[in-house]
Design a protein around this ligand. Sequence first.
Ligand SMILES: C[S@@+](CC[C@H](N)C(=O)[O-])C[C@H]1O[C@@H](n2cnc3c(N)ncnc32)[C@H](O)[C@@H]1O
Length: 243
Amino acid sequence: MSETTPDTLIQNKKEVPSEFNKIAKRYDLATSLSQGYQKDLQTSVDRMNLTGNEDLADLCCGTGKSTIACLNNLPNGKVIGIDNSEGMLETAREKLIPKFGNKVTFVQQDVMNLDLADNSLDAIFMSYGIRNMPDFERCVRNLNRVLKPGGKICFHEYAISKSFASKLYWKFLGYFLIIPFAGLTTGSTKIFRYLIKSVETFLSPNEFVDLMKKAGFENIKRSPLGSWRKPVLHTFIAQKPTQ
Ligand SMILES: C[S@@+](CC[C@H](N)C(=O)[O-])C[C@H]1O[C@@H](n2cnc3c(N)ncnc32)[C@H](O)[C@@H]1O
């Protein structure tokens, strides 16, 4: 009955940011070996069709790879990057502040308990973040609260369908590619074993679309991403109703 493990979903997801602290300095190397990582992030941001002057929050921004993709499309906008791992944020600040100056700020916060005002953001981007939340629906409802009416949200996330083939494909990617390569580059397999499990215990793409609807979003669109991740990596885009 209580068989979830790695290592019981990193103790119910509470230890996830502190485990990211341990690999913060090697995260960029590990993801740069993952072919198409940055290009796929940019594709998801491009799909949001931003006007270029939005105030956007990049949630679970990590070392800022997703923040760069957002800033590329915001010549007159601003980004607040939020993450709960001080180590990941430190790397993000070192890389991005010299280049983008006051167009970007980084703040340490738990995304489950965001300290942001109602109706305060034009847009939200969240890559490889939502499945780390202990309560997906509560999190998505809270994101709806902080968006302005008409504001856009984009989740860039792994989600596997209920089919046996998808589950098998994910197991192959996880146990034969991601854990060995990322483990070798970062020196830790604990967080990657957890990440594989967190995808297995996340919702299917259709279930996540339903959850977004339930949380109050409209105009929901799901699109696959390219290359070897195509069957399992998706962009989910939606809008908060204007009234
Ligand atoms: C896989 S990384 C993604 C980083 C970045 N978005 C990217 O695309 O490269 C996931 C990030 O989520 C952060 N995270 C996990 N749980 C969190 C929480 N409850 N609140 C804030 N950040 C969290 C971790 O610290 C980590 O930096």
